[in-house]
Design a protein around this ligand. Sequence first.
Ligand SMILES: Cc1cc2nc3c(=O)[nH]c(=O)nc-3n(C[C@H](O)[C@H](O)[C@H](O)COP(=O)(O)OP(=O)(O)OC[C@H]3O[C@@H](n4cnc5c(N)ncnc54)[C@H](O)[C@@H]3O)c2cc1C
Length: 466
Amino acid sequence: MYDIIILGGGPGGYVAAERAAAKNKSVLIIEKDQLGGVCLNRGCIPTKSLLNSAKLYVHALEGTRFGVTAEKVTYDLPTAMAWKREVLDKLRKGIAYTMKAMGITVVTGTGEILDKNTVLVKETGEKYEGRNLIIATGSSPAVLPVPGADSEKVLDSSGILELETLPQSLVIIGGGVIGLEFASYFHSLGVKVEVIEMMEEIVPNMDRDLAQTLRRALKGINFHLKSKVSRIEGGTVFFTPVDSEGASGAKPSQEGAEQSVTGDLVLMAVGRKPNLTGYGLEKLNLDTNRQGIRVNERMETSLPGVYAVGDVNGLSLLAHSASRMGEVAVSSLCGERETFNSKAIPWVVYTLPEAAGVGLTEQDALSQNIRYVKSVLSMKLSGRFAAENGFTAQGICKVLAQAETGEILGVHMAGSYSSEIIYGAAGMIEKRMRVKDVKEIVFPHPTVAEILRETILSIKLENKNA
Ligand SMILES: Cc1cc2nc3c(=O)[nH]c(=O)nc-3n(C[C@H](O)[C@H](O)[C@H](O)COP(=O)(O)OP(=O)(O)OC[C@H]3O[C@@H](n4cnc5c(N)ncnc54)[C@H](O)[C@@H]3O)c2cc1C
C-alpha cells in the first residue's frame, strides 16, 4: 500500500508527488497521457514557446528605429512548432527524471477510483491501494452551447497549438487570458484577429485600468465587447449586443442587430471546466460546487484522506496555484498546517506587451468596502522601459494600499517584464508588507521593476506616520 496515490501528473500532481517524496512518503502517480499535464503539453509552455517566437519576429521587423535593420524577415510556423516540441520533450524528460530520482512510481494509464483507498488502472486491470488520495485530474476546454460550435473550423486551445499553416484571419470567442494570448500571437504574425467578448471589458477579473491599457496596447486586434455569440456557421461567428453597465472604451455593437465576423478559423476560448466525470469520482460522493470539487484552504475534500488540487477544484486555474495546492495537500496529510492563500497568487497575461497582477483590484476593494488609497504611474518613468520601448509604448503600474495602515493590497502592471516583476509584489502581499516596509528595499537600477517601488512610494496615506 502506498502512502499516497495521486491521480493526474500535471503541475498539481507531480509537485505534490515531489513534496511527498521529500517527506519520505511512498507515492504513486497515475497519469493517462503525459507528465506535465495541460500546462506543459497543451498550455503554459507551448504557448510561451510560440509567443516568444512571435516576439522575436516583431523585434526583427521593428528594429530599424534602434539601428538594427533586418531584411527578408520571415516567420516559419513548422520551425517554430518544431522548437516548441523540442522544448516540451526536454521538459517532460526532466519531470520523468525527477520522479525516478525521488523514488516516485509513475504508472501510465487511466485511473478509475473504486473507493477512497483503491484506484484501478483501466488499461491493465491492475488495482493500487493508498492510505491517501490526491485528485489532480485538471480541467478541459469549455464549449459554448451554440449551434455550429462543432464546426470543423472551430478549434480549442489544444487544436490551435497543432496548426501546420497560419490562417489569414482568426475569430476568437472569449477575451480572457487564453483568448488574448492567442490573439497577440497570431496578430503579431500578421493574421487578422477579431475577439468577441461578452463582458464589457477584456479579462473581466482584471483591474479595469489595466484591462483598458492592455486593450489599447494590443493595437490592430479588433475587439467586440458586450457581444454574445449566438451561432457559428463554418468560420462565421454571429453575435448580438448584450446589456451590461458602464461600457468602457471600445464601441459596443449596435443595439439589437445581429452582426457577424468571419475567419479562416475560429478559436473557442470561453474558459475551462473541471474534469469530474469518467473516472469513478461519483463513488466518493464528494461535495462539489459550480467550480469543481469543494475543498477548504488545506485542500481537504468532504471525505477524510481525500484531497483535490489544481484546476479540478476551480479555486484558481493557474499552474503555480495547482503546484502550491499540491504542496499544501501533502502538508495537510502530514498533519502540518500550511494553507493556500488565494489573495497572494500572481497571474500573468503573456501578450505583447504583457500584463500581470496580484491581490485586490480597485473594483474588488470598492465592492468589499475596503478603505484604500492608490497610485498609478506610467512605466515610461522607468529609464529602462523608456530606453527599450520609447515614449509611445503603453505601460502602467497601479498599486492599492490600505488607507490607514499602508498595507499593500493589490499590484497591477501592464508593460514589458511585468511577468518577471510580479512575484516581488506577491511576496509583499503574502508577507503583508506596508508602504513603509518597501521604502527599505533597494531595487536594482535601471530596471523596469523600479516602477513598482516608485508607484508604492508615491502613495499618499491618510495616516502620515503609517
Ligand atoms: C492554452 C493554455 C495556456 C495556459 N497558460 C498558462 C500560463 O501561462 N500560466 C499558468 O499558470 N497557467 C496556464 N494555463 C493553465 C494551466 O495549464 C493549468 O492551470 C494547470 O495545468 C492545471 O494543473 P493541474 O495539475 O490541476 O491539471 P492538468 O495540468 O490539467 O493535469 C491533469 C492531468 O491529469 C490527467 N488525468 C485526468 N484524468 C485522469 C485519469 N482518470 N487517470 C489518469 N490521469 C488523468 C490528465 O491527463 C492531465 O495530465 C494555461 C492553460 C491553457 C489551456
